[in-house]
Design a protein around this ligand. Structure first.
Ligand code: FE
Length: 290
């Protein structure tokens, strides 16, 4: 066992660049210039900041929603995916601290379990435009459709229409970095529900198999939620282990039609709030002045 641990530690240290410290002192191993640094270091956790880009995965612990910030470290332009209204101060503050200018706040779909923060982020920053699929009734600054490109700095995201959870679901693919942000289409070993907001098991099955699982096996898939503590998966993993999507369409449909889930806790405030891009105070003021 000791030699296995030592081998793992040695392999890990080999991934460190010159001058980087391990945080371990007094152990048997220490960083040494004899280890070859990798050309680029890829992390599977919630943050990357040592490359030409910044990546942050953030959690709203009330609704188990993931928000993502992707930034171009040179131009300092960034996008935020699926911001949550209550977490807007955290997200805007983080971008300010890191020196990023938010240019787009993308919604993977019109959510039923929380209110989006995209509109309020636009108001706060003055630079950030809301983005959502044109196949939703939600208010937005920009509407996107299949094949559209969202740019930030020198990077770009491809919009793939992935209906099924709702008609207006989008998956955003960052080809250059091998990442896709799947919203509520594919979850880690699961998928979004299909029993309201134009949900359709057939559409979801086809979207997942034709638009997401056709990406290269090594692509990282970042979901809109996770309820079991997972943060990320890969195309290859879900093709092998997803307990729903590895089934036939008929079996998948039976599973999805028999989930018997309760309605989301905040649906009564989430849908009206998302119809106005999260700008609920403005909506109240407009209603009051009528
Ligand atoms: Fe959803």
């Amino acid at each position: 066992m000791a030699s296995v641990v030592a081998q793992v530690m040695k392999a890990s240290l080999g991934r460190l660049g010159p001058g980087m410290k391990t945080g371990c002192s007094g152990g048997r191993w220490s960083a040494s210039s004899t280890f070859k640094p990798l050309q680029s270091v890829r992390f599977y956790a919630g943050a990357v900041a040592n490359a030409d880009y910044t990546f942050r995965q953030l959690l709203d612990y009330k609704t188990w929603t993931y928000t993502y910030i992707l930034g171009d470290n040179d131009s300092k332009e960034a996008v935020i995916i699926d911001p949550v209204l209550e977490m807007v101060p955290r997200d805007v503050n983080l971008c300010t601290q890191l020196g990023f200018k938010l240019v787009y706040a993308l919604n993977t779909h019109m959510h039923a379990d929380h209110i989006t923060g995209s509109g309020p982020i636009g108001k706060l920053t003055g630079t950030c435009k809301s983005v959502i699929s044109k196949h939703t009734p939600a208010k937005s600054s920009v509407y996107v459709d299949e094949g559209d490109i969202v740019k930030f700095g020198r990077f770009q995201l491809e919009c793939r229409s992935t209906p099924g959870h709702t008609d207006g679901c989008m998956t955003f693919v960052w080809h250059e970095k091998g990442m896709a942000f799947t919203g509520d289409a594919i979850f880690v070993r699961g998928c979004g529900r299909t029993d309201f907001q134009q949900g359709s098991p057939k559409k979801l099955y086809e979207s997942c198999h034709e638009k997401i699982l056709t990406l290269p096996d090594h692509f990282l898939l970042y979901p809109g939620h996770d309820y079991a503590g997972h943060m990320v998966t890969t195309v290859g993993e879900e093709k092998k282990f997803n307990p729903r999507l590895t089934k036939s369409l008929e079996e998948f449909t039976t599973i999805m039609n028999n989930l018997n889930l309760g309605m989301p806790k905040y649906i009564d405030v989430a849908i009206p709030g998302n119809l106005v891009d999260g700008l609920i105070d403005e909506q109240k003021k407009a209603s009051a002045s009528k």
